[in-house]
Design a protein around this ligand. Structure first.
Ligand code: GLN
Length: 281
């Protein structure tokens, strides 16, 4: 597009480029522009006729979006639990339904206690950050098999001033945990290897999405590990068709409570279990 153009003209151009690719082209064009200048909707209304001189980087952003790259990766930020976090390729983009995982945990713990949590697959760190904000006496160990994810998590932990209470470790599941633990929380990969996914998901780390051939292998492995160590509380996000196998895996254990919850679309999306004879080991 010819330079310079006004903001209003740029939005029309960008919306055209996104037509047929994203559900709300004009809205996304505006969001890209606002994120680029770090401004709000009011600014946009007031500056519609302002001239844009160098649009080459903005143009590149539109091209990326037209190729299905998620808006969050392009803008480098994501909103979760009403706060803004850093995000980039290398960590899964937090989904709104993962806020439910946090709510379930908050309902099952005593806010005053000095609990030790492990988050398996901490990704961008949003779950541990929000939990740490709500549980002022708790300490967290965030584990991931991706060094890239760990570096994004560290950025978010620093942004919210939580480095004293959230420690990061490189490792698989609970292998790097030797100390006593009160609770494990996880949004592990749980999609089946052969699932056909929307194009935007191809930008997200495969190891954060695919849980094995059936999809639930990682969830089941983690559950076995939690049960073996008798960790008292375990909260985990799961795939819509994985509830029955979780119930079966738990059938031989003494359980104080087991609750499954559904996501906003009404699909089974997670569970929280408290073991009867769980012990902080
Ligand atoms: N809920 C995510 C999705 O539908 C998957 C996240 C995961 O595997 N943990 O894309």
């Amino acid at each position: 597009m010819s330079n310079p153009c006004t903001l209003k003209e740029w939005i029309v151009f960008a919306a055209l480029a996104l037509e047929g690719v994203v559900p709300s082209p004009r809205r996304e064009a505006e969001l890209l522009l606002r994120a680029f200048y770090n401004e709000d909707a009011l600014w946009l209304m007031r500056h519609e006729d302002t001239l844009l001189h160098d649009t080459s980087q903005l143009y590149e952003w539109v091209q990326r979006r037209a190729a299905h790259e998620p808006l969050e990766y392009i803008c480098g930020r994501v909103s979760f639990y009403s706060q803004e976090f850093f995000i980039r390729r290398g960590a899964l983009i937090p989904r709104p339904e993962t806020e439910l995982l946090i709510e379930k945990i908050l309902l099952h713990v005593n806010i005053e206690e000095n609990l030790t949590f492990v988050e398996v697959g901490i990704g961008s760190g949003v779950v541990s950050v929000v939990l740490a904000q709500h549980l002022p006496h708790a300490r967290f160990i965030g584990v991931d098999i991706s060094t890239e994810a760990l570096s994004i998590a560290q950025q978010n932990i620093d942004k919210f001033g939580l480095s004293e209470r959230i420690e990061l470790r490189y490792g698989n599941l609970l292998s790097c945990i030797t100390e006593p633990v009160d609770a494990v929380v996880s949004n592990p990969p749980y999609i089946a290897a052969d699932a056909v996914l929307e194009p935007n998901l191809s930008y997200e780390p495969e190891q954060a999405l695919f849980g094995g051939k059936e999809g639930d292998e990682t969830v089941q492995k983690l559950l076995r590990e939690v049960l073996r160590r008798r960790i008292p509380l375990f909260a985990c996000e799961i795939g819509y068709d994985q509830k029955q196998k979780i119930e079966a895996s738990l059938s031989d254990f003494k359980i104080q409570s087991l609750e499954f919850y559904k996501d906003y679309a009404g699909f089974d999306r997670g569970f929280i279990v408290r073991l009867e004879d769980g012990a902080k080991q």
